[in-house]
Design a protein around this ligand. Structure first.
Ligand SMILES: Nc1nc2c(ncn2[C@@H]2O[C@H](COP(=O)(O)OP(=O)(O)OP(=O)(O)O)[C@@H](O)[C@H]2O)c(=O)[nH]1
Length: 599
């Protein structure tokens, strides 16, 4: 057990790509926590996919022993927080587990939208904050300007910001000293009943569920019988350890300490992040405040391209869920796509990550239907239905009105792109709320419907601003609007997986755009194919795909057999990615591509 005054618990907050993981790696390396030969870049980003995309998804933790210049050795606990908006809840709960934050800002970029969102969470959690200017090795670094920006925009003192290069290692010792001398030690009562926060949990194939905790009061020991206050479940601790970052067993953890335990817990679902852990026999009086389950906000259908893969998909989903309790899945049948799952995600990035993992790690070919938000359908009889799938929209005669989730979006953008950003937000039914200038850039705040953002808003924003805009959002409320379900008919058959909820004023334009896209995406058949968009029974847009004239191999007559074979093989491979709808084959790619809005 470590004395409270020798402990410092902290997290690192930053905008994506400002160098949080690189700094964490350096801190670990400099303190010899990991032997040099075991050091891999971005040690805390465990999963391959994180490494590839360069984003941190699961909050992780490491314990570092640091012999400071004052001659004392301190225990530094770093909890790594994910930087992306979809994982805001993971950020907020890990903030509750520590007393301070390093605010990392790229000195060549300055403050970005997620810098703000994350630092506000740290301020809300009463953190002491040490500003760190990273990437000062870059010629474009402007530390003085960025310090001013931090003071103007965030309102914290940046005069003593630590200037570093996480890449070259410059300034890292100063960061360690700042952690010890500028961040507060934790507080807690060793003699009080056990009170610990469940910060995170994950599934390990060898150990089962591993639970990351922060002890607030009391002492937790190996073999203890513990109780989770929210779920009421009780467990006996098998193993208690600290992460360095490999697991090192330990006999007990006292106030202020951070560690992990295992206890024959079967699934991650049984552990609710933010829950309070106490002793079964001598529980603490009150649970920790601030518990809130993470709720999926974006839904889509996942279907196997090959119907025979349904069981494999079910298996893969169950395995992924062992590790990700925030992703939900329920079986669904679609007239068009057969058996599959309706899945819920924390946001669009989360959706992409899960879909990628299913396709890559489990080798599945999937059709993803249009992402949709949860609409609240108020029926005339007073019932309120949560609509997760546009295909389930009840008959309009029974519907009184429909509400959709709205968000408050904050966008930071260089002045020259402001016009394009305003146009994009306006086109997506946005209502401008604020426009200010911070350190040479515009900060716009918009009230937007989440439904208009979940699809390709990030992509559009990036492309109209050449990647210079940064974006963050939070859901504010549900609000009524004139929303309708638009169906798509291909060869007079409705393709349920393509139906979407849309604002009535935009339905014609969206319908036309989708029909035009589909006309290009669906290969020609031997017959004419009408493609229509309809609201209720009324067709609002129509295109016709003309019949095919030639056989693909027709022009290969005369003998080049290998070329002919190749062509046929290519066609066969293409077929695998197609689905049959009535008499028409629609390629997998059409389902997402049809919905992209080119404005
Ligand atoms: N020149 C320079 N590049 C750096 C420095 N620190 C980090 N980088 C680079 O910046 C990029 C982003 O760094 P990461 O550490 O992955 O950023 P991050 O904030 O952890 O990103 P997320 O985990 O995605 O939020 C990487 O290509 C790093 O090599 C630095 O001090 N100087």
């Amino acid at each position: 057990m470590t004395d409270l005054d020798r402990i410092r618990n902290f997290s690192i907050v930053a905008h994506i790509d400002h160098g949080k993981s690189t700094l964490a790696d350096r801190l670990i390396q400099l303190t010899g926590t990991v032997a040099e030969r075991d050091m891999k870049d971005q040690l805390l980003d465990a999963m391959d996919i994180e490494r590839e995309r360069g984003i941190t998804i699961k909050a992780n933790s490491v314990r570092i022993d640091y012999p400071a210049k004052d001659g004392k050795t301190y225990v530094l606990n770093l909890i790594d927080t994910p930087g992306h908006v979809d994982f805001a809840y993971e950020v907020s709960r890990s903030m509750q587990a520590v007393e301070g934050s390093l605010l990392v800002v790229d000195a060549s970029q300055g403050v970005e939208a997620q810098t703000l969102a994350n630092v506000y969470q740290a301020i809300d959690a009463d953190h002491e904050i040490v500003p760190v200017l990273n990437k000062i090795d870059l010629p474009a670094a402007e530390p003085e300007r960025v310090k001013e920006q931090i003071e103007d925009v965030i309102g914290i003192d940046a005069s003593e910001a630590v200037e570093i290069s996480a890449k070259t290692g410059l300034g890292i010792p100063d960061v360690l000293e700042a952690i010890v001398h500028r961040l507060p030690a934790p507080q807690g009562d060793r003699d009080a009943p056990l009170k610990a926060m469940l910060v995170d949990s994950w599934y390990d194939p060898y150990l089962g569920v591993v639970v990351l905790i922060r002890v607030m009061d009391g002492v937790i020991k190996k073999g203890d019988q513990i109780k989770m206050m929210k779920t009421g479940a009780t467990y006996k601790l098998d193993r208690l350890a600290v992460l360095k970052p490999a697991m090192v067993n330990i006999d007990e953890l006292g106030p202020g300490e951070i560690g992990v335990f295992t206890a024959s817990i079967k699934q991650v679902r049984d552990t609710k992040v933010g829950d309070t852990i106490t002793h079964e026999k001598k529980p603490c009086a009150n649970a920790l405040p601030g518990f809130k389950p993470s709720i999926p906000v974006v839904f889509c259908g996942l279907f196997p391209v090959d119907a025979n893969d349904f069981e494999a998909l079910r298996d893969a989903i169950e395995k992924l869920q062992l590790n990700d309790a925030s992703f939900s899945a329920e079986m669904e049948t679609s007239a068009a796509l057969g058996f599959g799952f309706r899945c819920g995600f924390l946001g669009l990035l989360h959706l992409e990550v899960v879909r990628d993992r299913l396709e890559r790690e489990y080798d599945l070919d999937l059709i993803t239907t249009a992402p949709s938000v949860v609409f609240k359908v108020h029926m005339k009889d007073g019932e309120v239905i949560e609509l997760h799938n546009p295909a389930d929209m009840p008959d309009l005669t029974y519907v009184d009105h429909i509400e959709e989730p709205r968000i408050k979006a904050t966008i930071l953008v260089p002045d020259e792109y402001l016009g394009d950003v305003l146009k994009l937000c306006q086109d997506r039914r946005g209502i401008q709320q604020d426009l200010t200038y911070v350190g040479g850039r515009a900060m716009v705040v918009y009230d937007l419907p989440l439904a208009e953002v979940v699809f390709d808003f990030y992509d559009r924003l990036k492309s109209v601003t050449k990647g210079y805009a940064s974006f963050d959002y939070q859901i504010t409320e549900y609000r009524e609007d004139y929303l309708v379900k638009m169906s798509i008919l291909v060869n007079d058959e409705p393709v349920d997986a393509l139906s979407i909820m849309v604002h009535r004023d935009r339905a014609e334009a969206r319908g036309r755009a989708m029909c035009e896209k589909l006309k290009d995406l669906i290969p020609r058949h031997m017959f004419k194919i009408p493609i229509q968009a309809a609201i209720g029974g009324r067709v609002i847009a129509r295109e016709t795909l003309s019949a095919m004239r030639k056989d693909v191999t027709a022009k290969c007559y005369g003998g080049d057999a290998s070329r002919k074979k190749k062509l046929l093989e290519k066609q066969k491979a293409g077929k695998k990615k197609m689905r049959q709808f009535g008499k028409v084959e629609i390629p997998q790619s059409a389902f997402i591509a049809a919905l992209k809005m080119d404005e």
